[in-house]
Ligand binder design. Structure first.
Ligand SMILES: Nc1ncnc2c1ncn2[C@@H]1O[C@H](COP(=O)(O)OP(=O)(O)OP(=O)(O)O)[C@@H](O)[C@H]1O
Length: 259
């Protein structure tokens, strides 16, 4: 594998984070007193009922929103604006349709003072890393959903972020592609050891990939419990320990009601 420069890792610290939105002149409490430390190179999954504030939490960490109380720090620096040290991947790959895969991936480097040869190498190495070698010149409309999301992953990695924030990144994919891309994400994470925080509705995915699974409660969004997944990576999907943890998280999410 050609992409050899490991991305720097980082410690993220969230303390007493609360967030309100104002709707119809009324305050809507979306997040309340979130405390979470994410260690260098850790993979943290976040699960919780729809509307409990998972995406809001990621947006605050990304810096896309900066109106909050409490503190969010990355390596000791307060986060209040987007930065290349935090990459984001959404459910919709949102590739620019008039650009090829190679141009889409390279786009984040346009204004960066990096020699062209180095930029080209970084882009091609990443396209290789995500398994799109041979599709460098393809346009988004020529890609399957899984391939487009691979390109989006390469695009997010190209600026070598310290933290990668993933908001339901595999949510729109068919079941088999989803499983395959879970393995790809795990492989990329193992290779780069960057800090990853992933929101997902799929408890199995959360437990399969995460070192810890954060379970959130709604109204207002808060952390109910954090479950450790003390298994080495890469993981075995058939592991009885993994299944037991999945069942425990599911039970917690459904308040003990068997579904
Ligand atoms: N820009 C906004 N303005 C006002 N309210 C918002 C805004 N964004 C989100 N909300 C509200 O904040 C709450 C949390 O939304 P958020 O999207 O963070 O939840 P979520 O847990 O990610 O949901 P889902 O799992 O359905 O994606 C919801 O009640 C939502 O209506």
């Amino acid at each position: 594998m050609a992409f050899e420069t490991p991305s720097p890792t980082a410690k993220l610290s969230i303390q007493s984070l609360s967030k309100n939105y104002v709707i119809d002149q009324k305050a809507l409490r979306v997040l309340l007193n979130i405390d979470l430390d994410v260690h260098e190179g850790e993979f943290v999954s976040i699960v919780g009922r729809s509307g409990c504030g998972k995406s809001t939490l990621l947006r605050l960490v990304s810096g896309l929103e900066n109106d909050y109380s409490g503190t969010i720090q990355l390596d000791g620096k307060v986060i209040n604006a987007p930065s290349l040290d935090r990459g984001m991947i959404f459910q919709d790959p949102s590739l620019l349709p008039w650009m090829t895969v190679r141009e889409n991936v390279a786009f984040a480097l346009v204004n960066q003072n990096i020699p062209k040869a180095e930029k080209d190498k970084r882009v091609l190495d990443l396209i290789d890393l995500v398994g799109l070698k041979g599709f460098e010149s393809a346009y988004p409309k020529e890609l399957s959903g899984g391939m487009a999301q691979r390109a989006a992953i390469a695009r997010a990695l190209v600026s070598q972020p310290k933290v990668l924030l993933l908001d339901e990144p595999l949510g729109a994919l068919d079941a088999l592609t989803r499983l395959r891309l879970q393995n790809e994400l795990q492989r990329i994470w193992l290779q780069h050891r960057m800090t990853m925080i992933m929101v997902t509705h799929d408890v199995e995915e959360a437990v399969y990939l995460g070192d810890r699974v954060v379970i959130m409660d709604p109204e207002p969004g808060r952390i109910r419990r954090i479950v450790d997944v003390p298994l080495p990576h890469p993981r075995d999907r058939a592991s009885p320990v993994l299944h037991a943890i999945r069942d425990e998280v599911l039970k917690d999410l459904t308040n003990g009601v068997v579904i």
